[in-house]
Design a protein around this ligand. Structure first.
Ligand code: 13P
Ligand code: SF4
Length: 311
């Protein structure tokens, strides 16, 4: 699409959003033209907080399905739309509610902490939800004598064991995008840009190795944490180990600084299913409505509200 056509479609999207009383929320991995038209761009935690707080009549969620479900649970009186229903998540697909029930049955009395990248049914079986932005604070809030089952991300679980000093039961799930960022990718960059700051998402397959560097140039952060860090850092070169969509936001909010992807292959096809055109169609045709059954929503809400409340 030409720049003029993009601008015209963005104007159309803004006009439709206004007319429909909809707020547009976009995750940091969305394509640039969708990020630029949104009311709010952020990480999973920020987006959940916006969804809970908005007084708009409807939310159009430019992200993946579990994020829209979370918004629908937090705001049951609002219509939540997603521009493409197939925008799933390989990590959320790595555990079902039945698998979680079976795991809990083997660990009676354990506290279940689910990463937000899970289905509503899995959240309904959980005591706490967390995001990469507050996972450590959530674990720290649980009494030290309680057994904890953490799911579904293996690498985030290992990272949490390290930073909290707690032993966790960890589900062996992974995100195919972050797991695909390999130690080799990091090593190559360590050689080629030894002075750059390294920003690593804790879902990465290389996160444990990066922690082992133990140097003060390596930072394990949520996507929003990366934006905040880059903006306030006096440094001007950053290597970024997460989905490449975040580069647009980093370059926009920290102009004049240099950002490079550790792996150009780190592209989430699900996040990229949301296009400007589908966003326009979603607002125009009022599709696709995301709903969660009241019974599941009622059971999942407590865990999600605890997540939103813990900083
Ligand atoms: P953040 O919450 O750090 O944005 O990560 C979410 C995520 O992994 C979606 O892939
Ligand atoms: Fe899921 Fe990974 Fe895509 Fe995030 S990047 S939405 S965890 S598949």
């Amino acid at each position: 699409m030409s720049a003029t056509a993009t601008t015209a479609m963005q104007d159309e999207v803004r006009a439709l959003a206004e007319a429909r009383g909809a707020v547009l929320l976009a995750h940091n991995y969305q394509v640039p033209e969708v990020q630029d038209v949104a009311d709010f761009v952020g990480d999973s935690l920020g987006l959940s907080r916006e969804a809970a707080a908005t007084d708009a009549h409807a939310i159009v969620f430019c992200g993946v399905h579990f994020m829209a479900e979370t918004a629908a649970i937090l705001s049951p009186d609002k219509t939540v739309l997603i521009p493409d229903l197939d925008a799933g998540c390989s990590l959320a697909a790595s555990i079902t509610a039945q698998q979680l029930r079976d795991w809990k049955a083997q660990h009676p009395g354990a506290v279940v902490v689910s990463y937000v990248n899970t289905t509503a049914e899995v959240k309904a079986e959980s005591d706490y939800c967390c995001t990469s932005g507050n996972a450590k604070a959530v674990i720290d809030a649980i009494p030290a004598d309680r057994e904890i089952l953490f799911l579904p991300d293996l690498f985030l679980g290992l990272y949490l064991e390290r930073v909290t000093g707690r032993r966790l039961g960890i589900w062996m799930g992974e995100c195919h995008v972050h797991a695909g960022i390999r130690p080799d990718d990091i090593e190559r960059w360590q050689r080629e840009a030894p002075d750059a700051e390294l920003l690593v998402h804790p879902e990465c397959g290389c996160a444990s190795q990066c922690m082992a560097f133990g140097n003060d140039r390596t930072h394990i952060l949520s996507t929003e944490g990366m934006v905040n860090f880059a903006k306030s850092s006096p440094k001007d070169r950053f290597l970024v180990a997460t989905e490449t969509g975040i580069l647009h936001r980093l370059r926009k909010e920290a102009p004049g600084k240099r950002f490079e992807a550790v792996s150009e292959r780190a592209i989430c096809k699900y996040m990229k299913m949301i296009t400007l055109e589908k966003l326009r169609d979603s607002l125009r045709d009022w599709k696709h409505v995301v709903t969660v059954t009241p019974e599941v929503a009622a059971r999942a809400r407590g865990a999600i509200e605890r997540m939103v409340a813990i900083a």
